[in-house]
Structures are given as C-alpha cells and as structure tokens.
Write a protein that binds this ligand. Sequence first.
Ligand SMILES: [Zn+2]
Length: 50
Amino acid sequence: MQISAIDAAIDRLNGGTYGQCAKCHHPIGNERLAAVPYTPFCIDCAKSFR
Ligand SMILES: [Zn+2]
C-alpha cells in the first residue's frame, strides 16, 4: 500500500504533476509534502475522505 503510493508519487514526479492535488489540482503545499511526501491529495481533500 505505502510502496504503491510511493511509486505513484514517483510517476507524478516524472510526469511533472508532483505536488499537485490529484483531486482539486491545487498545490499540495510544502508543509504537507514534507510530512507525507507521497500523498496525492492536499490536506483539504485528504480530510474530506474521512
Ligand atoms: Zn485537493
């Protein structure tokens, strides 16, 4: 689970969309990327899934 999330993050890095939320397409934010570097979602979208 975590490994595939990291693979997906590397794909986004290669595709130039790393750091961009997969849901709302806004920037994820450096603080969140520092905490969870492989997250595909910004903090607002991550919260909305709970
Ligand atoms: Zn978002």
